[in-house]
Design a protein. Structure first.
Length: 532
């Protein structure tokens, strides 16, 4: 039996809270909705760190970002850190990445055999967090609310340029796999930048929605001085005092975000169409995920970087051979579960024993509707700007507990209070739950060691970045290598034009032998032919 392929379709900053299979009444995602109908929707899927680089570091390694040193958006990612691409490649898989992955450092493959595009974000130390900067909020990436006040329509923009390139190359690679003599199974990862801010989209997707019907945040603006300390610091980190945000600004930004989500859905549709046309659909697991969510104006907050559900809840939808159609799983899962899941799915009963201890747990049984033996715990952490010490989050049995040394704790009952408006920490009736969850955090995280290592890493990277900007800066980047001499039809190296074109036809058609084979010794006098 052929081993299955894996296709991962990844969004950037797509919150589960804005998708129809997660309960949103307006957003239109026909491709993802159809995928959910024939597969599994993990209703309580979470990222493990609500910011791009660390979230992807945890997702690829199956380990907490603090365990692999990927603390913030400029976190080191050494070549010796094992990813799910290493595990699958060790099992004989072709591993291919098209699109964003936000690797920091000179290594830009991390187990992927090939990479089809460059990244869209920096790979250097320029976005290093700095916990020594306490006099004012420190924001190395200089995010602001400009994305909200400038939201709206465009004909084209940088993110569309990038995602069209990502999708084209991923589609092309699927067809290349179908025509290739190399019959190894594959994992193809297509990672898009939509619907990450800025909130700008094109007319066809904008027109899918009635502007007046766009919903406003379920939790309206909370005055900054009434927010928890983490949220207050974050508000100034993204410079909320620079722009006045009107109700119309919010509606327009949400309208554009929903349209951008529909655009992402259309890209996913193109890939699934190519998967089917190339003959792989019946033997391929498809996973749709996002690296983190988007606050989208809830509580008056935007983007990610926060512990609330709009920021940390992500879509996790899977379909494929034997997957239980239409199944909705309620237990908590996370992106760290992908590595052990893939390790199980491709191993034909013999998964590789993990080289490093994993924090993620396989979802393989859950794909068939079996969640027995699975607890409801999800581990999340945040180690970047807007906090000054590790922020640790544990979700367990419907409760979420947030611990940061500098801030008062927060405890939310997500079932009774899905908008997270009632902090139950310190209340006598919840003292036992709070004590148990804090004890579990203390058991799972060596808090003092993590804080010490984060600060040391920040100092190293900030110093290195300052040094590397002196003299002639040399970028860490990945430039895909394309040998044009081996593409299409190229003269003396491949002189048989007709045969070359025939080999690239899919489905392949056997060569039609000529009825009257030419005598190889025959010589035709073309002058005589022309004179006739």
């Amino acid at each position: 039996m052929r081993r299955p392929n894996i296709l991962v379709i990844q969004a950037d900053q797509l919150t589960a809270k804005a998708l129809p299979m997660y309960g949103h009444p307006l957003v239109k995602t026909p491709t993802l909705s159809a995928l959910a109908e024939r597969g599994v929707t993990f209703l309580n899927g979470y990222c493990n760190n609500p910011v791009c680089g660390p979230s992807r570091g945890a997702m690829l390694t199956g380990r907490l970002s603090s365990a692999v040193g990927c603390y913030d958006n400029a976190g080191d990612f050494p070549s010796s850190t094992l990813t799910l691409a290493h595990y699958l490649r060790h099992q004989g898989y072709r591993t291919c990445l098209s699109g964003k992955m936000h690797f920091t450092g000179a290594e830009q493959l991390h187990g992927f055999e090939e990479r089809l595009t460059t990244d869209i974000y920096p790979s250097d130390f320029g976005w290093t967090a700095d916990w020594s900067q306490t006099r004012q909020p420190y924001a190395p990436s200089r995010m602001s609310l400009r994305s909200i006040v400038e939201a709206g329509l465009c004909e084209r923009n940088l993110q569309i340029d990038y995602d069209e390139e990502v999708c084209y190359h991923a589609e092309q690679r699927l067809y290349d796999y179908a025509r290739d003599a190399d019959r190894r199974p594959f994992m193809l990862w297509a990672s898009f930048t939509h619907p990450h801010n800025p909130f700008v989209t094109t007319r066809p997707f904008w027109d899918l929605y009635d502007h007046d019907a766009i919903d406003l945040p379920s939790v309206p603006f909370i005055p900054i001085d009434e927010r928890d300390p983490w949220s207050r610091r974050y508000a100034y980190t993204i410079r909320v005092d620079e722009h006045d945000i009107s109700e119309e600004n919010i509606r327009t930004a949400r309208h554009a975000y929903y349209a951008m989500t529909s655009y992402f859905d259309s890209l996913a549709g193109r890939l699934l169409k190519a998967l089917d046309a190339s003959g792989f659909a019946d033997n391929t697991y498809v996973f749709v995920v996002s690296d983190h969510g988007e606050m989208l104006g809830e509580r008056g907050a935007w983007f990610k970087f926060q512990p609330f559900e709009w920021s940390v809840r992500v879509p996790m939808i899977a379909s494929g051979p034997g997957v239980k159609a239409g199944y909705v799983e309620n237990k908590g899962v996370s992106l760290m579960d992908l590595l052990p899941t893939f390790n199980d799915l491709v191993a034909d009963g013999k998964p590789i024993e993990p080289i490093d201890p994993l924090d993620g747990v396989s979802l393989a049984a859950m794909l068939h509707g079996d969640n027995s033996g699975r607890d409801d715990d999800v581990m999340i952490e945040f180690l970047g700007e807007s906090v000054y010490a590790p922020a640790i989050i544990l979700r367990r049995n419907g409760f979420k507990y947030v611990h940061c040394r500098h801030d008062p704790p927060m405890l939310f009952d997500l079932d009774a209070d899905p908008n997270e408006l009632k902090n139950l920490a310190g209340r006598p009736e919840h003292a036992q739950t709070e004590a148990q969850m804090r004890a579990e955090i203390d058991r799972r995280w060596d808090y003092d060691r993590i804080e010490r290592e984060v600060r040391q890493s920040q100092r190293r990277r900030l110093f290195a970045n300052e040094a590397l900007l002196k003299g002639r800066p040399t970028a860490w980047d990945y430039q895909p290598s394309v040998d044009a001499a081996r593409r299409y039809v190229r003269g003396a190296v491949d002189p048989n034009t007709t045969a070359t074109k025939s080999r690239q036809r899919f489905p392949y058609v056997e060569e039609v032998k000529p009825h009257h084979p030419r005598d190889p010794e025959m010589r035709i006098d073309m002058g005589q032919v022309n004179s006739d």
